[in-house]
Ligand binder design. Structure first.
Ligand SMILES: Nc1ncnc2c1ncn2[C@@H]1O[C@H](COP(=O)(O)OP(=O)(O)O)[C@@H](O)[C@H]1O
Ligand SMILES: [Mg+2]
Length: 239
């Protein structure tokens, strides 16, 4: 679905990612874990085209995409929920969703065809709040709006940057359930998480990023072994 080869990227002339090689196969959910500042969000921004590639390449289904602008990559089915969510806070929930719906309609031959109503079914709290500005929503509700909006782009690869960070445990459970549902439907996922337990629950395997490099790769048996994930948390995330 998506691969990076010797990917180097960063800010201005300063690289913060070095030779990053990751792969997400079709219908696979892959996690990236790593401490604060490891470069996880930089990798997300580089894959979705918000930051330029300095060296190396990014391929989506065999096609080089590193020279495409962000909207071109969205048009190929890559959607992202960025850290901080980036919603239109003063616009109503309905407007936020309709803007994404209009963009998603331009995609042809989609594998996952989420409609406005499908998103309301996925997040039932939304039905009563369509006219409210999303800026007044709780953090968890905003995260759900951001996920709903990304789904309306009808992606085949959804990238989630720290979907659980800062949210109450009950809300984290709800978001994990939604992610599990997307996995069951066979959507490819790339999930960035600081919380190793949540990451392991939501993904098939994982890469560990430290100081801008992939330093470990965990296949399913190691990744879903509680002892390994406890060790990882200690080694890379400070506990
Ligand atoms: N806008 C920016 N300009 C310059 N450096 C940045 C910017 N954003 C992040 N960085 C630097 O890039 C490195 C990786 O940051 P980031 O990708 O946000 O890490 P993570 O998401 O893993 O916490 C850090 O050293 C950070 O200071
Ligand atoms: Mg980050």
């Amino acid at each position: 679905m998506l691969s990076t080869y010797q990917l180097t990227a960063g800010y201005g002339a300063v690289p913060v990612l070095f030779d990053v090689e990751i792969e997400i196969r079709a219908s696979e959910s892959v996690a990236i874990i790593g401490a604060n500042g490891a470069g996880k969000s930089t990798l997300v921004r580089t894959i979705c085209g918000l930051l330029p590639t300095m060296a190396g390449c990014i391929e989506k289904e065999g096609r080089s995409i590193e020279t495409l602008a962000a909207h071109g990559r969205a048009g190929l089915g890559i959607a992202v929920v960025l850290e901080g969510r980036h919603l239109f806070g003063e616009l109503s929930l309905e407007s936020n969703l309709r803007i994404a719906e209009a963009q998603g309609r331009k995609r042809k031959d989609v594998r996952f065809d989420f409609s406005f109503d499908d998103v309301l079914d996925l997040f039932p709290f939304m039905r009563a709040r369509l006219d409210a500005p999303v800026g007044v929503f709780s953090g968890g509700e905003q995260q759900m709006v951001a996920i709903g909006r990304a789904l309306l782009l009808k992606p085949d690869l959804l990238i989630l940057d720290e979907p659980s960070t800062g949210l109450a445990p009950k809300v984290v459970r709800e978001i994990v359930q939604v992610i599990q549902g997307l996995r069951r439907r066979g959507m490819s996922l790339l999930i960035i998480e600081q919380h190793v337990g949540v990451a392991a629950e939501c993904s098939d395997r994982a890469y560990v990023l430290a100081l801008g490099r992939v330093v470990d790769q965990l296949e399913p048996d190691r990744w879903h072994n509680r002892a390994t994930t406890d060790d990882l948390a200690k080694a890379y995330l400070g506990g």
